[in-house]
Design a protein around this ligand. Structure first.
Ligand SMILES: NC(=O)c1ccc[n+]([C@@H]2O[C@H](COP(=O)([O-])OP(=O)(O)OC[C@H]3O[C@@H](n4cnc5c(N)ncnc54)[C@H](O)[C@@H]3O)[C@@H](O)[C@H]2O)c1
Length: 324
């Protein structure tokens, strides 16, 4: 499979390394000529500063879009219009309407659209999903702590019409995993503020509650509130049959413990250290292209996660619960 990567400064480098292991990476693209020259030289492949130029010159079957969210729609349009499959980094886009347009374009062109919600592939999360679909029963209650360590100096990250700040740009992972585990969200209520970062125009942290279509409830703590010495995330869940906990390092929770109410002293525990979720998502993307399967993290789920994050920001700004 002939592949290209667009956006090379940050997460694009990870995509490049994974693609080099899995397929034929033939070209890369970045607006920044310094970044572009470095990457094209080290990989010994063609580099372009302009997406259209790359698409005109190269014969590609799949592309990773690793640019800031505001550009995801226009790049997806250019790529999908040429029949090229799209793996687009999260958040899917800055707005729900951009997400819908991306879904429509990719569906019209019959190309795969997968969103970079790599945490869906984590084995501990997969195990939780699996037991919740079996004897353990559906999750009725969840508390998820997702405290981002450090901050970002990228202007696009904080821009309302682009990254949307930590609640969208980063904590979209939390919204996505809760949707993955528990289904559609119907109501969001949030308290948030610009309490820790020196970016007065943007909230940097929030606590929020979710009501799910199933009737279940959830609470999320998110934002740029942590440091490298407090690098963790966790999920505490309850069902009518038992309780479970998934926890580990930020963005890579690798351990699950659970017990059934009928045998509360018997705790099952399993760890899955060093799992490569980027590689897993890229292998899954290739599989979807080859088999026609629908991606585990498809456009519809990517759009729902953006909608939740936008509702969190709106609820925090208005003091009102938001119905989705
Ligand atoms: N899945 C993950 O864990 C993860 C981790 C980090 C970032 N991301 C996501 O990846 C995206 C990029 O984040 P980053 O931290 O790598 O950003 P970054 O700012 O480090 O790099 C983005 C690069 O894209 C280039 N670029 C911007 N617009 C372009 C365009 N129109 N054409 C070509 N190049 C363009 C920039 O020049 C820059 O080099 C964001 O959506 C972010 O949320 C995902």
């Amino acid at each position: 499979m002939r592949v290209g990567v667009i956006g090379l400064a940050g997460v694009g480098r990870i995509h490049i390394n994974k693609w080099l292991e899995i397929a034929e990476l033939v070209s890369v693209c970045d607006l920044d000529s310094t970044v572009l020259a470095q990457v094209a030289k080290s990989c010994q492949i063609n580099g372009y500063r302009n997406v259209e130029q790359m698409l005109d010159k190269e014969d590609l079957q799949a592309i990773s879009i690793c640019t800031p969210p505001k550009s995801h729609l226009s790049i997806t349009q250019q790529v999908a219009d040429r029949g090229i499959h799209v793996l687009c980094e999260k958040p899917m886009a800055s707005t729900v309407s951009d997400c819908q347009a991306m879904i429509d374009i990719c569906s019209r062109q019959s190309v795969v659209l997968q969103i970079g919600h790599k945490k869906r592939f984590l084995p501990a999360i997969q195990r939780l999903k699996e037991i919740s679909e079996g004897d353990f029963g559906p999750i009725q209650y969840i508390v998820h702590r997702y405290p981002h360590p450090g901050t970002s100096n990228r202007d696009w990250f904080w821009a309302e019409d682009d990254g949307g700040g930590p609640i969208l740009e980063n904590a979209v992972h939390a919204a996505d995993i809760l949707g993955f585990l528990m289904g559609d969200v119907t109501r969001v209520y949030a308290e948030g503020g610009n309490l820790l970062a020196d970016r007065r125009s943007q909230i940097d942290c929030a606590v929020y509650t979710l009501r799910f279509a199933s009737g279940a409830i959830g609470m999320v703590n998110a934002g740029m509130v942590s440091t490298s010495q407090f690098n963790f995330e966790d999920y505490y869940v309850a069902t009518s049959a038992g309780v479970a906990e998934v926890k580990g390092k930020f963005d890579s929770a690798d351990t699950i413990r659970y017990s059934f109410r009928s045998h509360p002293d018997q705790v099952e525990e399993k760890s899955f250290p060093n799992f490569d979720s980027f590689r897993a998502e890229i292998e899954h993307f290739v599989d979807c292209i080859e088999t026609g399967a629908i991606p585990l993290a498809d456009g519809h789920s990517g759009m729902k996660a953006v909608a939740i994050c936008r509702a969190v920001k709106q609820s925090s700004a208005t003091g009102m619960p938001i119905e989705l």
